[in-house]
Design a protein around this ligand. Sequence first.
Ligand code: M6R
Length: 357
Amino acid sequence: EKGTYPHYMLKEIDEQPAVIRKIVQAYQNESGDLTIDGNIISAMGAADRIYIIAAGTSYHAGLVGKQFIEKMAKIPVEVHVASEFVYNMPLLSENPLFIFISQSGETADSRAVLVEVKELGYKALTITNVPGSTLSREADYTLLLHAGPEIAVASTKAYTAQLAVLSILANVTATSLGLSSTIDLGHELGIVANSMDGLIDAKEEMEAIAREYLSTTRNAFFIGRSLDFYVGLEGSLKLKEISYIQAEGFAGGELKHGTIALIEDGTPIIALATQEAVNLSIRGNVKEVVARGANPCIISMKGLETEEDRFVLPVVHELLAPLVSVIPLQLISYYAALHRDCDVDKPRNLAKSVTVE
Ligand code: M6R
């Protein structure tokens, strides 16, 4: 039930801090440590390469998940769009492990790949919000998102839940492998949940940003580097899906290789700056687009901010920044759609779960 909320999407955005806390609880053992089923951790440790398969928002979560797994657990990861992978499989490694990420657990494109890899005799793990879903039943292992039902077509809380579960999987694997690249994840996810609370309270500010940048535009671009690039892809999907504004996410460094030709007077550019190593270079990209007339909206993380920034996010562990930086993008999309009288929860031409290939 959406209760007093005008839309499920807004309710689901608001639920995110509680979902993160629930995930931490669900994956904690009696001594308060985060744990994962030993069979899954053995399968992770035995893999020489991990293949993440997903679609849409879940694919975007996979792109961030790759960074978690590679940076913490030091296992190489490839991320593939399910509908492409199915007919164009890359050369596989000797001991692959497949991870399917799917909120619904019913996405036909992902299932087609699962059927294929099971036939080849490989192990598969499904990360899903729906216990007993097709992808969960047909895989060897399942990790649940604990996000509660997601009703709005635009995925919000499932994305942050996917990131939280992927971070736990990566960190627990790293611990089991005796690596020093682990972090105090229970504590860090607690900080993430508290930061999310603050962002959710900043709705008026997000509505103002949507009004200022997106009320009349026909297009909008999201730029970022490293993890911020992947969050930009998700932000642009959210915006196009529910507001019908033509939106694209780009890697900051790719602008000069073509995209910059699209910048006109007043074109909104939403730039994310949460990663210290690329802070200067993304700001250089903002200068390049401003010189061509763009209207920049910089969302940065505290400690990296400059005076020109439109919104500053509270500090969280740098690797976990996507869990908080996506929230303003979800809210901005929500308000942009609302201002344009769009059907926020049920955008045209879309279904909540895509059960045809
Ligand atoms: O249920 P799934 O996670 O497998 O769904 C995948 C995509 O269809 C889904 O994420 C879609 O892109 C959302 N509508 C995005 O908001």
